[in-house]
Design a protein around this ligand. Sequence first.
Ligand code: URA
Length: 273
Amino acid sequence: MNAWSHWETDFEIARAALAWQAEIGVDEAICDTPQNRYDLPASRESATPRPAPPAASAPTAPTAPAQAATADPVAEAQAAAAHAHDLPALCAALGAFPHCELRKGARNLVFADGQENARVMIVGEAPGREEDLQGKPFVGEAGQMLDRMFAAIAMGRANPDPARALYITNILPWRPPQNRDPSPEERAMMRPFVLRHIELVAPDILILMGRISAMTMLETSEGITRIRGQWREVAGRPALPMLHPAYLLRNPAAKREAWADLLDLNARLKALS
Ligand code: URA
């Protein structure tokens, strides 16, 4: 076997392994670099000598992780967001924000979609698999449901008329692993960015789409099924908490409430104009 055919064989084996993983549902890389688990020592405990404990009296300079632990991510998010004077700058500030671990597992930063001059801004929860792949919010199954919901009242993200247009973002710009709920810390450090995002887009009306969005923006623990349809205020603007389209896909009977909220939104928009 020459060097070339050896390379070909390795390539085919690697490709078959990758295809098999995709087939069984593997959809994200957990580590930055691949690890050959067959090469790991049988017992990490016995193979890895434990580091000696530091001498009690020797003060040491804080290491980088220790400094990160003492940083205040919410204060830093507020400062970074305040410095962003337009939407591209806000997107760049999010991209440079070092404190949210979710960024490490995401393929793309999902910032926003739709019309920047829209009178209605939707704040969703977090990207899922499709959104992470495409770098756009609400493009998976729930996103298609969202588009159908708003099309029923003649609104959409591609509509050029600001009165019928939508601007869409999420609380989190990175997909949480396995679509888990974001932690309270993750939500708190993203909130200043969302508030600045709202300020820059300056919509007339906000839609808080789903439990995580309502909890974060209203800083409440009230359940979404209780508060949906009740007008609240966020950053001085009327905000309507609504049931998330993913919830509606799982609970079709709840579409009745969502329809009532859409009609209420439409009436409010007409009253404003
Ligand atoms: N659900 C959300 O809340 N946001 C998305 O972008 C996709 C699904």
